[in-house]
Design a protein. Structure first.
Length: 214
């Protein structure tokens, strides 16, 4: 097999994988954490063994969906952090970007972050909850990198940036989870309240020379 044939086959495989992930997305939007491999296969017009051939099992499919959505969310968060605005405005825009994302697709959020209800964990005992924490950890590390690159935190800056990164992500996740479930206030009010909570040492830290700031 020559290089052209291998490239064509890879493109075809990548395209088919995207199509299957889009089918999985549609089922997740409908069924949330209870989305099953049987339902996803039916939506894609294939048998479950063919779906397993592409992703291995539900854990493999979950990982692919998680990467798809986390990549998109992180791109949006970076854009909000780097927007040409005052720091407070960028902090609020970043918080709002996260909350808007989970508000727009709550079933996807629940699929990624919550186990199915007791007795309904789905195919082969798959428990979504035990897979959700690596997503939060990745977001925390990504935010820590942004903070370290943009703020002059002095000695111990790397560790402090990681503490802040994971702390902010944990705050966004916990507050967003509570808000999505109860809707006690409008989104913009929650954004302002969370920004007020952050507006202590973060506001006082200087920007690094030559960087865009945070």
């Amino acid at each position: 097999m020559d290089t052209t044939q291998r490239t064509d086959q890879q493109r075809s495989a990548d395209r088919r994988r995207r199509e299957l992930l889009e089918a999985a997305d549609r089922v997740v939007l409908r069924d949330g954490p209870q989305a099953s491999m049987n339902a996803i296969a039916a939506e894609a017009g294939i048998t479950k063994p063919i779906l397993y051939r592409h992703f291995g099992d539900k854990g493999g499919l979950y990982a692919a969906l998680a990467k798809r959505h986390t990549d998109a969310l992180l791109d949006s968060l970076r854009a909000a952090l780097d927007a040409p605005a005052e720091r407070r405005e960028r902090v609020e825009a970043t918080l709002d970007t996260y909350l808007a994302a989970i508000e727009a697709r709550p079933q996807v959020y629940r699929f990624l972050m919550h186990p199915a209800e007791a007795g309904q964990v789905g195919d082969q005992g798959f428990d979504v909850g035990k897979h959700s924490w690596p997503l939060l950890r990745r977001m925390g590390e990504e935010l820590a990198q942004v903070i370290e690159e943009r703020l002059d935190l002095g000695p111990g800056s790397q560790q402090l940036a990681r503490v802040w990164g994971h702390g902010i992500v944990g705050m966004m996740h916990a507050a967003g989870d509570w808000w999505l479930g109860e809707r006690p206030c409008p989104r913009d009010e929650l954004v302002r309240s969370l920004a007020d909570l952050l507006w202590g040492r973060l506001a006082a830290a200087g920007d690094k020379v030559g960087g865009p700031g945070f």
